[in-house]
Write a protein that binds this ligand. Sequence first.
Ligand code: GAL
Length: 678
Amino acid sequence: MPHLAYGGDYNPEQWREEVWPDDIRLMLEAGVNLVTVGVFSWSRLEPTGGTYDFGWLDRILSLLHGGGIAVDLATATASPPPWLSHEHPEMLPVLADGVRLWPGARQHYCPSSPAYRLAARRLVERMAERYARHPALAMWHVGNEYGCHVPACWCDESARDFRHWLERRYGTVDALNRAWGADFWSQRYSSWEEILPPRRAPTWSNPSQQLDFFRFCSDALLECFEIERAVLKERTPDVPVTTNFMNVFKPLDYWRWAEREDIVSNDSYPDPGDPDAGMRAAMAGDLMRSLGRGRPWVLMEQTPNRVNWRPVNLAKAPGQMRLWSYQAIARGADGVMFFQWRQSRAGAEKFHSALVPHGSVEASPTWPEVVKLGAELKRLDVVCGARVKAQVGIVIDWESWWALELPSKPSTELRLMDQVESYYRALFDGNVTADFVRPTDDLSRFRLVLVPNLYLVSDDGARNLVGYVRGGGRLVMSFFSGIVDSADHVRLGGYPAPFREMLGIEVVDFLPLPAGTTVPIRWSDGTTTPSSLWTELVNLSSPGGDGGGAAKIAEFASGVLDGRPAVTRHEYGNGNAHYLATRLDATAMAELLRRVATEAGVTPVVNAPAGVEAIRREAPGGSILFLMNHSEESVDVRAAPTGEDLLGAGGDRPGGAVRLKPRDVAVIREPRDSASDG
Ligand code: GAL
């Protein structure tokens, strides 16, 4: 679309048709240009198996098209209709302990169920046939939030599918036995038929089996998506296909999923009560952009105000919806959409806010903000397609995430996203832009690569990271990285075997800390800071050894590790690598990353006061700088370049600075030469 998309989930099937013209009128008032139609309408479209009713959908699509509103048409397969599970009860998902999930909510299907897959394909074929040439059709929305409620199923159908998946992966039972380390606890299999998903067992199931089950579950759902996508691509090769992601969602390997999407889209529901909400939403935005390999993505769902699924659902403060919408655009989104258009009267989400409330729009505290944002976005065509450039890469790998958080580790308190956030927070606060990357990606465009707790690493991934440093890259890695291979077998020869030479250290043992306790570490300048969660017994490699030894830049300052390395730095090849043997507190992390980044030549977007987020998008005709004030105070951004504020707040520039009221935003079109190189 030549314009930023603005709109949301529209569920006209919940309303009498007399209401629809009013919807269109209000959509036009709000500046809506794209709506997602029919996400949960399967039981309306196919009231009984094989009988279809598309009349209502035809009528609403015509109305929308008549109003100039494009449609992101949903395939409606996220909530199977009652007749399907009635005819095929075996399609209902089963938990690890054998409990079957019943219909009555949504997403009640086993991803491997042939009955579900067949019925879904049949419906999508009918829809593609009917609407392929509809002038309102702008995008296909497959399913909805895959895996949100049912990321895995342990039923017999899933067991059969899991076995096939394993056969494809390993070829022979012997190879599987080796990969699963099946001699531990007498688990050698003699035939494929004996193999099960990791159902509830007396104690820990085999971790390699669990890891494969994670891989399989992500793939099984991806196959559901693929079945629908294939139908749509055959009929409408030029219509983009998406399915909406859920931020940093553990069950699905979004790297693999995003490769199959034309446009990445995301649902974002930051908690207004969470002081880190802005940082977390920014991180999700950077992830979406990175998953799409830099291409613009779409904020598919957010709420104008309250959700209804937290224990206490706080309202957004005035301006917060607008601020968080701009945050998505600043981080690469070309569209801002909501769940949902009109607030439901019935059902489980009737107290979830919507653009059109139960009462009148005139009385709604959020409607004016919705209308204002819609009008503003119309002025930002120049942003469409503009790219965000990052100098820093942060490594995230789903397989490592899954393996790291399986039980029976030195500490179950070690959670990947806490660690990723401990890096990300420092960058966010310093307005340094980062992309997320896989361990095997080309890293050459980054001045600095951050590797939070990469417990599992493939041979290729390890080689790539080491090669990056050898070739002149700078890297920071934290504890419990490089420990196992892709089968979750320990890499022998001293931890972290694939990175020892690069880091110039050997980790001899892990000494996790009790929850809530800290240990001081002392830096070279004599200052001490508290660290938590984890410590390690680290030896510096002898200077004569391969690659020489690392330098200690901080040491533990009490307990059994007193005086031993806590943070190290090693010159390796043409680059260098830092290693953190503990979790630093936020101040020390920020200071360390600031120093490393400065040395690597990483530059902040602009120097802005605390609480102001700055991001730049590069368009062919010049760059666009987004300044967003997350604080409760008015602030002046002095370092901001001159240039037109596309939101029209041009007058408010005391002494050349950009003045931002609390939660306010400026979108500055920069003169060609004022933008930095990244
Ligand atoms: C999303 C979902 C929507 C709606 C929304 C409420 O997870 O895709 O259908 O349920 O949450 O916040």
